[in-house]
Design a protein. Structure first.
Length: 252
């Protein structure tokens, strides 16, 4: 029988067939939308991978320059870490986050925002090493900007990786499980309805044949009606007389 295989258990009616066709159309539409979503997320994922590679290379170079700048500060002014920690009360740079919608997926994005305040480093290195300190500060500020950018890309990378896996699983489930099951159900219902139509056609044909035979019999009897009536009457009269002739004799 057609429609063998995994299918939905439904009673084969024309209403069920219409419902299955609507479900198949919806499944195909959903598969197409999810497929396009997966392709869009994959393109964005590849772009992020390229940006992460560039940011890591840039981060390595900047951190190398920053470490050399810090070594220059240590050589010219000595250890000023305690002085920096005592001077700083609040952060001069803060991280602001926002969300970006990519095909229905919200990706966080981080930006480095300067916080206006009086700089506590105006008098740092006034005696010696002031130029090296300012250079080291600017270098580490650039390194912090690249670090925040890299953190934003890494977060988007992790989220997109999970979303792409989930979307691909849904696409495969619809393509290899749901749509074949609905198609098998449609084939089963169609086969059952065709079989019912054939049975109904055969039944109607037999009924029509019986009606034709009955009508032909009635026509034949109607045409042979007068001759059959005379023969029946003469036969009946003969039978009445013969009954009287066959009566036994009566002895008194």
């Amino acid at each position: 029988m057609s429609g063998t295989g995994p299918r939905i258990n439904v009673f084969p009616t024309r209403m069920a067939l219409t419902g299955m066709k609507n479900r198949l159309k919806g499944a195909q539409t959903g598969h197409s939308l999810l497929k396009r979503k997966s392709e869009a997320l994959t393109r964005r994922f590849r772009d992020i991978v390229k940006k992460i590679d560039e940011a890591k290379r840039k981060m390595g170079k900047i951190m190398q320059v920053a470490n050399f700048s810090y070594a220059e500060v240590m050589y010219s002014t000595g250890d000023i870490g305690y002085q920096i920690r005592e001077s700083v009360k609040t952060a001069s740079l803060r991280v602001a986050s926002k969300l970006e919608n990519v095909s229905g997926t919200m990706l966080p994005s981080f930006d480095l925002v300067p916080f206006p305040q009086n700089s506590p480093f105006d008098l740092t290195g006034l005696g010696r090493g002031g130029q090296q300190i300012q250079k080291c500060r600017e270098t580490y500020k650039k390194a912090l900007e690249v670090l925040v950018e890299l953190a934003s890309l890494q977060t988007a990378f992790v989220i997109l990786d999970e979303v792409i896996k989930l979307t691909n699983r849904r696409v495969n489930a619809i393509e290899h499980v749901i749509i074949p099951k609905i198609e098998n159900t449609i084939k089963f219902i169609t086969a059952e309805l065709d079989e019912a139509d054939r049975e109904e056609f055969y039944r109607l044909k037999k009924v029509q044949g019986k009606k034709k035979e009955k009508l032909a019999e009635e026509t034949r009897l109607r045409e042979a009606g007068p001759a059959f009536s005379e023969e029946s009457a003469s036969h009946q009269a003969a039978n009445v007389l013969s009954e009287y002739e066959q009566d036994p004799d009566i002895i008194f």
